[in-house]
Design a protein around this ligand. Structure first.
Ligand code: C5P
Length: 217
């Protein structure tokens, strides 16, 4: 049996980008590397937790002791999160695409539209907001907010809008996406804590310990 402060707890983590197909050979995506989410999943497992990691398309090894479910699209991620419940805590780190494309069944050819095709976008489900308001809501729901300005103000508004307990806010105006360090602000009901720039692994460990503390009471 697992040992550590999270022994007996089930933790659900999402990470990476999602890929939204345009046609059978093309997709829309974003620059998320999945590093921070994978590090969090590994840190939670290292504290003895049973961890389910729902991962979008990334080129990363599965952290030790983590059960990984690979998905491509936002809708697949939403279904995998739902199927993984119940959980004691959820940490939604994935950079989920806000929109998917009304896809074409066949490859769009250059001659199909003159002068060029237009992509019609459809809004994707908000996995974090749905989970926060679900009857099967985990006791602790943590969201991430990547902002480029007025980080704390936007993060606080996002916490209310999504209905989650904590928001980990990071300023992505620099080299955070794909980089190996992160400076974050942790927004909780008790206020805002600034965590200075540190390797993503150190941010993950600190957050994992905070989650273990929160699940204790
Ligand atoms: O609204 P925004 O994308 O900035 O919110 C970020 C937070 O919401 C992250 O925790 C992200 O994983 C989550 N999210 C989600 N489903 C979406 C969009 C965002 O779970 N469709």
């Amino acid at each position: 049996p697992a040992r550590g402060p999270l022994a007996g707890a089930h933790l659900l983590v999402t990470a990476g980008p999602t890929h939204e197909p345009i046609d059978p050979v093309r997709y829309l995506a974003n620059r998320s590397s999945g590093q921070q989410g994978f590090a969090i999943a590994g840190a939670l497992a290292a504290l003895g937790g049973r961890v389910t990691l729902v991962a979008g398309p990334v080129a990363l090894p599965t952290p030790a002791g983590v059960t990984r479910i690979d998905v491509e699209t936002a809708r697949e991620m939403a279904a995998a999160v739902d199927a993984a419940l119940p959980a004691d805590a959820a940490v939604m780190v994935a950079a989920v695409a806000d929109w998917r494309v009304e896809t074409a069944a066949q490859k769009i050819k250059k001659g199909d539209a003159a002068p060029a095709p237009t992509l019609a976008l459809v809004e994707n489900p908000d996995i974090l907001a749905t989970l926060s308001r679900s009857p099967r809501r985990p006791r602790l729901v943590v969201g991430f907010a990547a902002e480029t300005e007025r980080v704390i103000e936007h993060a606080t508004a996002k916490q209310r809008r999504k209905g989650c307990d904590w928001i980990v806010a990071n300023d992505v105006s620099g080299d955070v996406m794909g980089g190996d360090a992160n400076a974050v602000d942790l927004v909780t009901a008790d206020g805002v804590e600034h965590w200075p720039r540190a390797p993503k692994g150190a941010v993950a460990e600190r957050l994992a310990h905070r989650i273990a503390d929160a699940l204790k009471d």
